[in-house]
Design a protein around this ligand. Structure first.
Ligand SMILES: NC(=O)c1ccc[n+]([C@@H]2O[C@H](COP(=O)([O-])OP(=O)(O)OC[C@H]3O[C@@H](n4cnc5c(N)ncnc54)[C@H](OP(=O)(O)O)[C@@H]3O)[C@@H](O)[C@H]2O)c1
Length: 249
C-alpha cells in the first residue's frame, strides 16, 4: 500500500486530495496546522498529524511520526492581493515563508528516504498566476514562480535517484477558503492611488465564467503521483488549462 503525505488538509484542495487518495486505497497522512478529526472519513489508512510548514521542529516531528512515504504533496499556501505599496514586509516574509520556504523545507525533509529507496514523487501545488502577470499579485506570484523554478532545477538533480518532481497549477477556485483566508491578511485596504485598478480587477473577476474546482486539483495530483509519463507541469481546472495553453502558444 502506498503512502501520501499532504500539507494543508484543513480545507480546499488539500482536503479534497486527501479524500481522493483515501477513496483509492492509499495510506494518507493528512497534515493540518490545527488537527481536526471531523473533516475526513474515519479510516485505519488515515493519520491526521499537526504540521506548520513554517516551523522546522514541526516538520521534523511530522516526518518522524509519518514513517516511510511514497509521495509528498506540498499544497499548504496562503494568498494575498494588493499593490506592493500596500504590502507590509512582514506580509511579504509570511507569504514566502509559507509558500516558498515551507515547500522547500518539506521537500528537503523527505529527500533522504526517497533517495535511499530510489523512489518517490514530490508534487508542488503552485498556480496559473505564474503563467502571465496580473495586477496586485506581484508578491504571491513571485512566491509561486520561485517554486516553479525550484522544482524544475530539483527535478534534474533527482532524476539520477528515480525521484520525480511535478508541479500542479490550479486556476482560480472561489469555492475553497483561500479568498477568505487571504482577506484576513488584507485588513489595511488598498492604497488610494490604486483604487481604480482595484475596482477594475474585481469587476473583471465577476465576468469570468470558468473556474477551478477542488476535484480538478485532486485529479491532477493523482495523475502526477501515479503516472510517470505525466507532464512536468499539470494545469488543474478549466480556466487553468486555458491559461496554460495560452502561455505555451
Ligand atoms: N483557491 C485558489 O484560487 C488557488 C488558485 C491557485 C493555487 N492555489 C494554491 O492552492 C493551495 C491550496 O489552496 P486552497 O485554495 O485549498 O486554500 P485554503 O482552503 O485556504 O487551504 C490552504 C491550506 O493551507 C494551510 N496552511 C496555511 N499556512 C500553513 C502553514 N504555515 N503550515 C501548514 N499549513 C498551512 C491552511 O491551513 P489553516 O486552516 O491552518 O490556515 C489550509 O489548510 C495553496 O498553495 C494556494 O496557494 C489556490
Amino acid at each position: 500500500m502506498k503512502t501520501v503525505l499532504i500539507t494543508g488538509c484543513s480545507s480546499g484542495f488539500g482536503l479534497e486530495v486527501a479524500r481522493h487518495f483515501l477513496d483509492r486505497e492509499w495510506r494518507v497522512i493528512a497534515t493540518m496546522r490545527t488537527p481536526r478529526e471531523d473533516v475526513l472519513p474515519r479510516s485505519d489508512r488515515l493519520s491526521i498529524l499537526a504540521l506548520d510548514v513554517k516551523d522546522p521542529q514541526s516538520i521534523r516531528g511530522v516526518i518522524d511520526a509519518a514513517g516511510p512515504i511514497d509521495v509528498l504533496v506540498n499544497n499548504a499556501g496562503i494568498g494575498f492581493l494588493n499593490a506592493l505599496e500596500g504590502t507590509p514586509m512582514d506580509t511579504v516574509r509570511d507569504i514566502f515563508e509559507t509558500n516558498t520556504l515551507g515547500t522547500i523545507a518539506m521537500t528537503q525533509a523527505v529527500l533522504p528516504q526517497f533517495r535511499e529507496r530510489r523512489k518517490g514523487v514530490i508534487i508542488n501545488v503552485t498556480s496559473t498566476v505564474t503563467c502571465r502577470p496580473l495586477h496586485l499579485l506581484s508578491v504571491y506570484t513571485a512566491s509561486k514562480s520561485a517554486v516553479n523554478a525550484f522544482s524544475e532545477s530539483l527535478a534534474l538533480e533527482l532524476e539520477q535517484f528515480n525521484v520525480r518532481v511535478r508541479v500542479v497549477l490550479p486556476g482560480r477556485a472561489p469555492s475553497t477558503r483561500f479568498g477568505e483566508n487571504a482577506q484576513a491578511r488584507m485588513k489595511d485596504g488598498f492604497p488610494e492611488p490604486y483604487s481604480a485598478i482595484v475596482q477594475q480587477i474585481f469587476a473583471n473577476w465577476q465576468k469570468e465564467t470558468t473556474v477551478t474546482h477542488a476535484a480538478d486539483v485532486a485529479e491532477a495530483v493523482w495523475l502526477a503521483a501515479n503516472d510517470a509519463s505525466s507532464p512536468f507541469m499539470i494545469p488543474a481546472g478549466e480556466d487553468a488549462i486555458e491559461w496554460y495553453d495560452a502561455r505555451s502558444r
